[in-house]
Structure formats: structure tokens, C-alpha cells
Design a protein around this ligand. Structure first.
Ligand code: AMP
Length: 431
């Protein structure tokens, strides 16, 4: 066989049952969180116009997009994130929907990243976006929501890294540094290429105060929010927009505190994220066992306008389901649901197959996961196969019992069996 038949494409993965179950468990928890917080699901296409996805995603992510021409000659791409698609929907089909508008999406995304631990070319996100509010309570909500989702899946230990892009951008804008250059600086900072970032700033001939302020911010981080905010205030003194950003951040942090956020918040004054559209508070979620973020989000007040909608402030968060799955495993989380209790219905001879189908259907209608013996095995061999596959109970269908409206129920673990009336079988199984 040629290798192309034996392997997935690099960066793509098969999810075998246990992994698939884990991923769907996380998805289910995200769905439940969305319901509890009033986020309604929308489903958008995996393929979008390249220009839409490329508009504000940032140069790094833009370079990593799967782009191709479809048979109609359109330049299209596989979505590398949800936000652009959702903002498109809000700018077009939901423009007059009452605000705030809370939307949830879940699915696979595609980035031509270098495959490594926790980084894949096809990965999954659960995504929550709140449109229409510029208030700090909307920002705070995304963090509360994230926390309750993480608790729901059984993650024990995690922390938030929080910052505000308005602080650095407020300084750059004041210094007359154009948006494109700002974006390049933010990209470098996101990749921790601080020297490069500082070099680009210097090339824009900023004031001495600017360089000092930026360096000051880059060196300011910690767990004591009040202290960090006070230091940030001090640093950005001469920059009105940056001051506004610091006050906004302080208000959000205040809400997190009074609202009872449990996880540790680490404030980073020089924190930047790769996506270009952020305008306000940004955050990332980490677990102690991994160096890469398991989720992230922030405020993006201008994106809906870029796509032709009216002015619509927005804030959102995207949780990386693949990395959460790894984190759950590393933390030995027990909440992940195991496989359901399985039953196997075995006819003692082929003439009993019809009855076996009927009994299996009845059991499924009662909510049990019932399989039927389809390998033509004898009862003895079917039983040893059931043992091997972790079947909890077998139901053996024989002509004598069926004639009396009965079946044989065998408890595989105890190796005991009894004859029970068919209409009492579900009760027996429920124990
Ligand atoms: P972003 O859209 O870049 O803000 O990413 C949000 C979250 O998605 C990250 O925190 C990761 O958990 C996850 N993520 C992003 N890129 C990848 C990838 N290539 N593989 C797996 N997870 C990813």
C-alpha cells in the first residue's frame, strides 16, 4: 500500500473512540455553558472568502491559512478562527437583532502551524462572543463564563493572563505611529520578540518618553492587580488614551474581584495577542502543566464595522478543545464520561435472530445501548467476546424462553445468569 493510504496528512489527526469521547465531552460542557449564560449557537461554513478571513487576523496567522481557488475561480480559505465569520453574520444578517447578542460556535479550525505538542493543523474550539456592549461587565462576563466552563469539565487548576491592548496602542497612537506599524509591533510582542518590537518602535522615531513607557510596561506584570495597575497609571501618565485603557482594565478587574472569580489573575501590562482586531482587554488561560495557552480572547470593537456593519462593540473568548483535552488528562480529571453501559443480545441459533432484533429494539427504546451478535458466533464464543470487549450484560434469546415471554440475562462480571420476563428486563437492568 502506498504511504498516502496509511497515514493522515501531516498535522491532521484521527480521533479514536476514547479521544473522540473526550472531545465531545468538552463540547457538551461548552454547549451547556452557552445555555446557562444565554449564548445561542450559530453554525458558519468552514470555507469562507479569503479576504474576510485575512482582513484582521494578523500577519502570522494570515501566512498560515489554507488558501485555494475553488472550481468557480473564487479565492477561498479554510477558517483559521470563528470570530471573522461570526462578525460577518452580525454585520449582515443580525444587524438589527436586539443587543446584547450572545453567540456560541463550536467546530474545527485550520492553520498551517508547525505540528508539535498541543499544536495541530486541524484543531477544535468552543467560541463565545458578546456583541453590542462596550461596558466592562461584558468583558468580565467572558472571564466568568470561561471559569465556569473550565470547572464544568473538571479542570482543577488554571490561571488567567490579562492585559489591555489599548494601553500600548494608546501610546503608539499618541506618538503618531500608524496602524500597520502598530500591528507589526504587537505581532512581535505576541511572539516574545521584544528586541524586534523595540527596534520597530525606534525606527518610527518616537519620543524618549514613549520608549521609556513601553519598556516600563513590558517589565510590569504580577499577581497583585492593585499594585500593577498603580504602576501602569504611573507609566502612561502623558498618554490620555492609554490612561483610559488602564482605567477600563481596572474596572474589569474590580468586577472580577467583587463577582468572585476564583482563579488567579496575572496582570501583564505589555501583553499582546497575534490577532489584529483586539481593541481592549485581552486574556489567555493557562494550566500549570502546559506552557501553551488553552484559551484566549478579548475585546474587538471595530471588526463588525470592517465587515460593513454599524458600530458594534464586541468581546469574545475561544477555548482550545484539543489542549483542554490534554490538560484534563494531565490533571487526571475524573469528570470525563466513560463509555455507556453496553449490552449484547445473543440468539442461541440463527432462527432466533428476528426475536433478538425485537429484544434489542425494545432495550434501545428503554434507553440502553444494545448491540446484537452479528458475527454468527456460538453463544459460548459470543460470551467470551463480550467479556473481552467490556460488555456489562448479555441477553440470551432461546426458543424455549421466548415461547414463555422470557430471556436469559447474564451478568458478565459476576458470571451469573437468571431467566427473566421480557417486560421485567429493563427494570432488572436498572438494578
Ligand atoms: P487564538 O484563536 O489564536 O486566540 O487561539 C485560541 C485557542 O485556540 C488557543 O489558546 C489554543 O488553545 C487554541 N489553538 C490555537 N491554535 C491552535 C493549534 N494550532 N492547535 C491546537 N490548538 C490551537
Amino acid at each position: 500500500m502506498t504511504p498516502t493510504f496509511r497515514q493522515t496528512v501531516r498535522g491532521m489527526r484521527d480521533f479514536l473512540p476514547e479521544e473522540a469521547r473526550r472531545l465531545r465531552f468538552i463540547e457538551q460542557a461548552a454547549r451547556e455553558t452557552a445555555r446557562l449564560y444565554g449564548y445561542e449557537e450559530i453554525i458558519t461554513p468552514v470555507i469562507e472568502h479569503y479576504e474576510l478571513l485575512a482582513a484582521k487576523i494578523g500577519e502570522e496567522n494570515r501566512r498560515r491559512m489554507y488558501v485555494f481557488e475553488d472550481m468557480g475561480g473564487r479565492r477561498v480559505a479554510l477558517r483559521p478562527e470563528f470570530t471573522a465569520s461570526i462578525a460577518r453574520v452580525v454585520a449582515t444578517k443580525l444587524q438589527s437583532a436586539p443587543k446584547p447578542l450572545r453567540l456560541f460556535s463550536v467546530g474545527s479550525l485550520y492553520r498551517y502551524d508547525e505540528p508539535q505538542f498541543g499544536r495541530y493543523r486541524e484543531f477544535w474550539q468552543a467560541n463565545f462572543e458578546l456583541f453590542g456592549s462596550s461596558m466592562p461587565e461584558a468583558d468580565a462576563e467572558t472571564i466568568f463564563l470561561t471559569e465556569s466552563f473550565l470547572k464544568r469539565i473538571g479542570l482543577r487548576s488554571y490561571w488567567f493572563k490579562v492585559g489591555h491592548v489599548g494601553v500600548l496602542r494608546g501610546i503608539f497612537e499618541h506618538e503618531g505611529i500608524d496602524e500597520e506599524t502598530q500591528n507589526s509591533i504587537m505581532q512581535r510582542l505576541d511572539k516574545k520578540e521584544t528586541e524586534d518590537a523595540l527596534r520597530i518602535i525606534e525606527e518610527s522615531s518616537p519620543s524618549k518618553a514613549c520608549l521609556e513607557a513601553v519598556k516600563g510596561l513590558l517589565g510590569t506584570s504580577g499577581r497583585d492587580s492593585a499594585k500593577i495597575v498603580a504602576r501602569m497609571r504611573e507609566i502612561v501618565k502623558g498618554y490620555p488614551k492609554a490612561i483610559e485603557a488602564v482605567e477600563n482594565l481596572d474596572e474589569i478587574l474590580g468586577l472580577l474581584k467583587t463577582g468572585g472569580v476564583e482563579a488567579e489573575i496575572r496582570l501583564e501590562a505589555g501583553f499582546a495577542r497575534g490577532l489584529e482586531y483586539y481593541t481592549g482587554m485581552i486574556h489567555e488561560v493557562y494550566v500549570p502543566e502546559m506552557e501553551i495557552a488553552v484559551g484566549g480572547g478579548g475585546r474587538y470593537d471595530k471588526l463588525v464595522e470592517v465587515f460593513g456593519g454599524g458600530s458594534t462593540p464586541a468581546v469574545g473568548v475561544a477555548m482550545g478543545m484539543d489542549r483542554l483535552s490534554i490538560a484534563l488528562e494531565k490533571q487526571g480529571a475524573t469528570a470525563v464520561s466513560g463509555p455507556p453501559m453496553r449490552l449484547l443480545v445473543i440468539p442461541v441459533e440463527r432462527s432466533m435472530l428476528g426475536e433478538a432484533f425485537k429484544v434489542a429494539s425494545m432495550l434501545r427504546e428503554e434507553g440502553f445501548s444494545a448491540e446484537i451478535e452479528t458475527m454468527g458466533r456460538s453463544v459460548t464464543r459470543a460470551l467470551s467476546d463480550a467479556d473481552r470487549r467490556g460488555i456489562a450484560f448479555t441477553v440470551i434469546i432461546g426458543p424455549k424462553e421466548i415461547a414463555e415471554g422470557k430471556v436469559v440475562l447474564r451478568d458478565m462480571a459476576r458470571r451469573e445468569q437468571i431467566t427473566v420476563k421480557l417486560d421485567e428486563l429493563p427494570e432488572r437492568l436498572r438494578g
